[in-house]
Design a binder for this molecule. Structure first.
Ligand code: COA
Ligand code: MG
Length: 312
């Protein structure tokens, strides 16, 4: 079997915000492409009531071209219960789906089972083998203890994250930044050690009307290394994009650092001072990353503008 290797996977590049859209809600689907999210998570799991799962699956294929009209890439969140999972994957392993989100990931075995089912469906349907990536959500204390084995379970994984509300419910704590810091960091380091992205932020997305609170939480989370998160409401998308994208000041600083670095290197110096602080390789690398991200965002935003103009 010709499985694609790690470097040949197409890694979706922008991941500041993912709008979670329950597939049972036609009204949400119709306008989801106008909300500015980098990706759309089409939900078959807890956003969809048990008696609506079949209809939600049936709505998936048509929803994909609709929600991607504004340039967002697509993730589908599938159920933990195995009978539902198999049906969900039958619906979700189709063209246009970039990633499957595994809800309530239990273990490395759970990830590999999903990967195996996806592989079989890709083969059966003539889709490129290995093209669909995985994002695993850790939502129980048991899975949290297995974060490292989950993160290294399969080459399809692109990110892992912690499901704040579900972990809080399973453990009986309140989903607030101070209680979430430790489990979020456990998942963060498991992700980093495996070379994966870590989804989410050190807070919960449930309080969707408190946008100032969300902004504060994301600013804090960014300091800890978090780089993108989910939104349950369109108003949260703007805050995620603004805060996880580099600010004007960060872009200007990064440009200056790169200019100063070139001058310093020309003199054989690896380190120099900028605004009273020492700058050397890791800071220069971070400045390059900031500029790359800013360029990717600018390119994406121009593409989105064009797509939306063409639509009208
Ligand atoms: N995706 C797409 N559109 C959404 C949306 C979502 N998740 N949530 C709200 N919208 C739309 C509404 O349709 C409305 O559109 P309109 O103004 O163009 O008519 C607009 O955004 C404003 O919505 P609002 O009236 O403020 O919210 P609501 O009362 O309709 O819904 C929630 C509030 C929390 C019930 C709703 O946002 C929701 O169901 N979110 C998803 C929850 C979920 O998936 N949970 C499980 C995963 S963690
Ligand atoms: Mg949940």
């Amino acid at each position: 079997m010709a499985l694609m290797n790690h470097s040949s996977y197409s890694r979706p590049r922008l991941n500041r915000s993912s709008l979670i859209v329950p597939l049972s809600n036609r009204k949400f689907i119709e306008k989801a492409h106008l909300r500015g999210a980098d990706s759309i998570t089409l939900d078959l799991e807890d956003g969809v009531a048990s008696n609506a799962k079949a209809d939600a699956r049936a709505a998936l294929a048509d929803a994909i071209p609709m929600v991607s009209r504004g340039g967002a890439w697509i993730k589908v969140r599938v159920n933990r219960r195995l009978d539902l999972l198999v049906e969900d994957l039958r619906a979700a392993v189709i063209g246009g789906v970039a990633c499957i989100g595994i809800a309530k990931t239990d273990s490395a075995g759970h990830v590999r089972l999903v990967a195996e089912l996806i592989g079989e469906l890709e083969r059966e349907r003539g889709l490129p083998i290995g093209a669909i990536r995985l994002a695993a959500s850790i939502e129980t204390p048991q899975a949290l203890q297995r974060a490292h084995e989950i993160a290294t379970a399969d080459m399809r994984l692109m990110s892992i994250g912690l499901g704040s509300l579900d972990l809080a419910a399973a453990c009986g704590f309140e989903a607030v930044p101070e209680t979430l810091l430790y489990p979020k960091q456990m998942v963060f380091y498991a992700a980093k050690a495996a070379g994966l992205e870590c989804g989410g932020f050190i807070g919960s997305i449930a309080d969707y009307t408190d946008l100032d609170g969300l902004r504060e939480v994301i600013r804090e989370s960014k300091k800890f290394g978090f780089r993108g998160g989910g939104a349950i409401h369109p108003n949260q998308v703007k805050v995620l994009n603004e805060e996880y994208g580099p600010s004007r000041e960060q872009i200007d600083n990064a440009r200056t650092i790169i200019d100063l670095a070139e001058a310093a290197f020309a003199e054989g110096k690896g380190a120099f001072a900028y605004k009273g602080k020492m700058v050397d390789k890791p800071v220069i690398d971070a400045a390059r990353e900031t500029l790359t991200l800013a360029a990717t965002i600018a390119e994406h935003e121009a593409k989105v503008q064009q797509l939306l103009i063409n639509e009208h």
